[in-house]
Design a protein around this ligand. Structure first.
Ligand SMILES: Nc1ncnc2c1ncn2[C@@H]1O[C@H](COP(=O)(O)OP(=O)(O)O)[C@@H](O)[C@H]1O
Ligand SMILES: [Mg+2]
Length: 228
């Protein structure tokens, strides 16, 4: 058995809303192997984003553990956590690009602390933008790009630091359905051709039908798992 890329054990998260506890995760056990392509489904409020934030080491669980490539995330110091986060590719519903920067600059920026020289960063950014189908848009400011194009830039940026895996939280939640299909084709291609490990939270049944595996969440628990 190889070590899973991601493993959560009895993961619990309780938020306090004022004095009222909200049990966002109530004991989630999940394993994601290298090369897996997993969709997390479930109604609004079921804990999907909370789970993604724990897996991405953006927030700490109340109980239970997250292991990334076998490493217990709770044992890491702040520097190690920062290093880990840089090796996780995040893609969100809202693209979080810098509007006045070009597509290329947005991708280069994430590589600024990797030790790559300026020319290498530029070359890599251009290659990644070509991979996501934006060869002709490299020098466009992100403010000038369409929603689908911005999401492609966000995906290129997420890939920039050779991530251990991609975490996507409703990546097509903010774009029209035709463009969403194109984004899904791209994500599927990254999985199939490049072997990228991908966890995607989605409401979209079409996305879920394209992944290798789906888990269904409800009220902070995984209630169903399916291999497609
Ligand atoms: N920062 C927070 N403070 C308090 N409650 C939160 C916070 N984040 C999420 N919640 C609550 O936790 C539950 C799960 O939320 P979330 O993980 O965002 O679900 P989903 O992504 O499936 O819509 C919801 O009841 C939500 O209101
Ligand atoms: Mg959410």
């Amino acid at each position: 058995m190889t070590t899973p890329v991601v493993e959560t054990t009895n993961l619990r998260k309780t938020y306090l809303l004022g004095k009222v506890p909200v049990n966002a995760l109530r004991g989630v056990n999940l394993k994601v192997e290298r090369g897996d392509f997993l969709a997390i489904l479930g109604p609004s409020g079921s804990g999907k984003s909370t789970l993604l934030n724990m897996i991405g080491a953006l927030d700490k669980p109340t109980e239970g553990k997250v292991f990334i490539e076998g490493v217990d995330v709770s044992k890491l110091n702040d520097n190690e956590l920062a290093d880990l986060r840089r090796r996780i590719g995040f893609v969100f519903q809202f693209f979080n690009l810098i509007p006045r920067f070009s597509a290329r600059e947005n991708v280069e920026l994430t590589m600024s602390i990797t030790g790559l020289g300026k020319d290498q960063r530029r070359k890599r950014a251009e290659e990644l933008l070509e991979t996501v189908g934006l060869k002709e848009r490299v020098n466009h400011k992100s403010a000038e790009l369409s929603g689908g194009e911005r999401q492609r830039v966000a995906i290129a940026r997420a890939l920039a630091n050779n991530p251990k895996f991609l975490l996507m939280d409703e990546p097509t939640g903010n774009i029209d359905s035709k463009t969403a299909k194109e984004i899904i084709e791209l994500v599927k291609r990254l999985s199939e051709e490049k072997g990228v490990t991908i966890i995607v939270v989605t409401h979209d049944q079409h996305i879920a039908s394209q992944t290798k595996r789906t888990v269904q969440m409800l009220d902070g628990l995984i209630i169903q798992e399916r291999v497609n």
